[in-house]
Design a protein around this ligand. Structure first.
Ligand code: NAD
Ligand code: TYD
Length: 339
């Protein structure tokens, strides 16, 4: 089996590479990543030791590069993680989100059609469903919940999902889509809530909580997301959407306080700042479909996963400190300059 993993130098893609290397040691894995600000080749150091692993620096929205790579590698499966993902950045500059998330998806799917891959999997997000009110804890996102986006990020992901379903219907491209809730775990870029709070608290810096901190996210340990995608690409039905989430809802303030307690720091580091425009109130996934059809269940509870994650950030200070200093961006040049 030869699998293309796009965005594999990012948070979830890299965790997926390590998950697949362990679970399916006989598979060949090829990562394509443009190494934007969010991609870190150093994250893949462990994976690159395998002879069944290849890294290609390329843009998924570059048709010639994708066509040449697909012709050479003859992939069986494509898993598309590559994306611009940070909501706050999408509010500052939507254009790159549309280019990578929509046109990049189109480019990849065109290559997948032409070179007849057996499965194209689109990694999507629960944010395409918009948000739920805080006073209706009985409501959850199902696969039938209407698409209703709030941010340029979620709108671009929804656009990609619709295009993927259109390619299934019109061209019979064997597509599956997964929509997962917020992930956390190792290699999470330190601009996102949990790693931002861990790294800032360790440096005794103020922790910026948007609004009142009452917004709720449904947190899933990244390995559980990887396990779900593995099941979908091997056993999921084409043309289907699968929601992924583990009923681990927490308010942002709860999450920040949990991080502070685990690090032995005082709540006085918390500072309430102006809210994000269009800020989604609550995300909550109903994972009944993937559980019933594919037997997926999350294995890591939030209280355990957050402790594992904090321990990882304490043990891997060099990884996130090189990101905060910007030094990680030179790593590709250093590793590949003479090849
Ligand atoms: P990330 O920002 O950590 O990683 C994205 C990777 O894509 C980076 O390595 C980046 O260099 C690469 N990339 C960006 N533009 C590219 C391009 N044009 N060509 C090639 N590579 C490019 O993001 P992540 O958190 O790992 O998210 C991966 C996927 O999972 C995304 O599609 C996202 O929408 C989805 N998702 C994320 C979460 C979450 O909580 N992080 C939850 C649900 C779904
Ligand atoms: P984030 O990690 O950006 O993920 P998403 O917006 O995709 O859910 O943010 C998670 C929650 O944390 C979201 O409600 C916004 C909030 N947040 C803060 O309060 N402060 C911060 O500095 C950041 C980055 C996020």
């Amino acid at each position: 089996m030869n699998i293309l993993i796009t965005g594999g130098a990012g948070f979830i893609g890299a965790n997926f590479v390590y998950y697949m290397q362990k679970k399916h040691p006989d598979y060949r894995l090829v990562v394509v990543d443009a190494l934007t600000y969010a991609g870190n080749l150093k994250t893949l150091d462990g994976a690159r030791k395998s002879s069944d692993f290849r890294f290609v620096k390329a843009d998924i929205a570059d048709p010639a590069a994708m066509d040449a790579l697909f012709a050479q590698e003859k992939f069986d499966i494509v898993v598309n993680f590559a994306a611009e993902i940070h909501v706050d950045r999408s509010i500052e500059d939507p254009g790159v989100f549309l280019r990578t998330n929509i046109l990049g998806t189109q480019t990849l799917m065109d290559a997948a059609r032409k070179h007849k891959v057996r499965r194209y999997h689109q990694v999507s997000t629960d944010e395409v469903y918009g948000d739920l009110p805080l006073d209706r804890p009985d409501l959850f996102f199902t696969e039938e919940t209407p698409i209703h986006t709030s941010s340029p990020y979620s709108a671009s992901k929804a656009g990609a999902d619709l295009l993927a379903l259109a390619y299934y219907r019109t061209f019979k491209l064997p597509v599956t889509i997964s929509r997962c809730s917020n992930n956390y775990g190792p290699y999470h870029f330190p601009e996102k809530l949990i790693p931002l709070m861990i790294s800032r608290a360790l440096n005794n810096e103020k922790l910026p909580v948007y609004g009142k901190g009452e917004n709720v996210r449904d947190w899933l340990y990244v390995e559980d997301h990887c396990a779900a995608i593995d099941l979908i690409i091997l056993n999921g039905r084409v043309g289907e959407v699968y929601n992924i989430g583990g009923h681990n809802e927490r308010s942002n303030l709860d999450v920040v306080k949990t991080v502070l307690r685990a690090l032995g720091k005082n709540d006085s580091l918390i500072t309430f700042v102006t809210d994000r425009p269009g800020h989604d109130m609550r995300y909550a996934i109903d994972p009944a479909k993937i559980t019933a059809e594919l037997g997926w269940k999350p294995t890591t509870k939030f209280d355990d996963g957050i402790q594992k994650t904090i321990a990882w950030y304490l043990d891997n200070r060099a990884w996130w400190e090189s990101i905060l200093s910007g030094e990680y961006q030179n790593y590709y040049e250093k590793m590949y300059a003479n090849r």
